[in-house]
Design a protein around this ligand. Structure first.
Ligand SMILES: *Cc1c(COP(=O)(O)O)cnc(C)c1O
Length: 367
């Protein structure tokens, strides 16, 4: 790492969280590592969660699945989103399971040579995103897939409000249970619980939980999970300004007195979005306001007292929970995590030490 802007990912905390979640839900775990493990680095997180006792990894697309295969992950792997029937050879060759989400998709797949393709049926129960709503249609799809030699590995649904609405979750669960019963099939994988459902909802039917955000210590239902993430940078210029000095593009901030302004190398190209203007971060532990517009690569911070350059800036982490930052930005931790760009070095903590640094830019290969 040359530029001092980094995201810390505590693999020890993730490992502990996986064990805690597994103990609370009492089932096998499917770790959802879509979007490069919510921006944390899919292979590093994959290794950690499998070592900690997860049984399968789920991603959103074949591209993400192949990213894991190319990096050496050879275990169970499920694509939760759309796949194209023309990619069946790649899916079968790489032992990647897919989601059957509509009659049209099933017809597309079964019109090709799909023998050996591993499939999880998706039941629509309240998201209206993807999946079969009609049980008869689902039955027909199951029959067709079996006839054509696909392997029916699982059945699942997804909850829309597990964080806030237990009644709705129960309704969705009941619809799911009905569908599973109607299939009358010994699925190896029956799964419906996302992170918040895994930590708050007891369901007697499923045999695996499908968790993402909770492994990073983030949940509406605390079960002694450990926060695993932090985003940091360091100031590289500090100056004293007289009253009336404009700061940044558009001069949206003007000093009202003698002010100490620090500049730090993080901006919207790192995922530190412009809406952060006016919020507070910590500079060597002291709250400092983001003043002026956030630039692409840099940000200006108003320090309450002089601190020399190279001071540690905490964007979120041990002292500013990512949940607090998300609430202030009117968003959710997922979005903040996923927006942290490839330019930000990922620093992995393992056995209490900085075990590895990963930076897309620095590992780019010659073309
Ligand atoms: C993203 C996703 C999950 C994981 O959700 P968390 O809230 O992060 O636990 C589970 N299942 C599906 C289908 C998803 O898309």
């Amino acid at each position: 790492m040359y530029r001092k802007t980094w995201m810390e990912i505590d693999l020890d905390a993730i490992s502990e969280n996986i064990k805690t979640i597994k103990a609370v839900c009492g089932k096998r775990l499917i770790a959802v590592l879509k979007a490069d493990a919510y921006g944390c680095g899919d292979i590093q997180v994959a290794k950690t969660v499998m070592e900690a006792g997860a049984s399968m990894i789920a991603v959103s697309s074949l591209d993400e699945a192949m990213m894991l295969r190319h990096q050496g992950y050879s275990g169970e792997l499920l694509i939760l989103g759309a796949t194209d029937p023309s990619d069946i050879p790649v899916l079968v060759e790489n032992g990647i399971s897919v989601t059957a989400y509509s009659t049209k998709w099933v017809k597309g797949v079964t019109s090709k040579n799909c023998g050996g393709l591993k499939v999880h049926l998706k039941v629509e129960t309240g998201m209206n995103r993807i999946g079969f709503k009609d049980i008869d249609e689902l039955k027909k799809a199951k029959g067709l897939l079996m006839l054509r030699g696909c392997s029916l590995d699982g059945i699942f649904t997804h909850f829309a409000k597990a964080d806030t609405d237990a009644e709705m979750t129960m309704k969705q669960y009941e619809r799911f249970a009905q569908a599973v019963k109607a299939m009358d099939y010994p699925f190896r994988w029956i799964h419906c619980d996302n992170s918040d459902a895994s930590l708050s909802f007891r369901d007697p039917l499923s045999n695996a939980c499908r968790i993402g955000i909770a492994m990073y210590g983030i949940s509406a239902f605390s079960h002694d999970l450990k926060p695993a993430l932090g985003l940091y940078t360091r100031t590289f210029m500090v100056k004293k300004l007289a009253p009336g000095e404009p700061i940044g593009y558009g001069s949206t901030y003007v000093t009202s007195g003698d002010e100490i302004i620090a500049t730090a190398p993080i901006g919207y190209a790192d995922g530190f979005i412009r809406a952060n203007q006016g919020r507070y971060v910590l500079v060597d532990g002291t709250p400092a306001e983001v003043v002026g517009r956030v630039c692409m690569d840099q940000v200006m911070l108003k320090l309450p007292e002089y601190k020399s350059e190279n001071a540690l800036v905490e964007i979120f982490g041990k002292n500013i929970p990512i949940e607090k930052m998300a609430a202030e930005l009117n968003t959710i931790p997922y979005e903040i995590m996923c927006l942290i760009s490839g330019r930000v070095t990922r620093v992995y903590i393992k056995n209490g030490t900085r075990a590895e640094e990963a930076n897309e830019r620095l590992s780019a290969k010659a073309i």
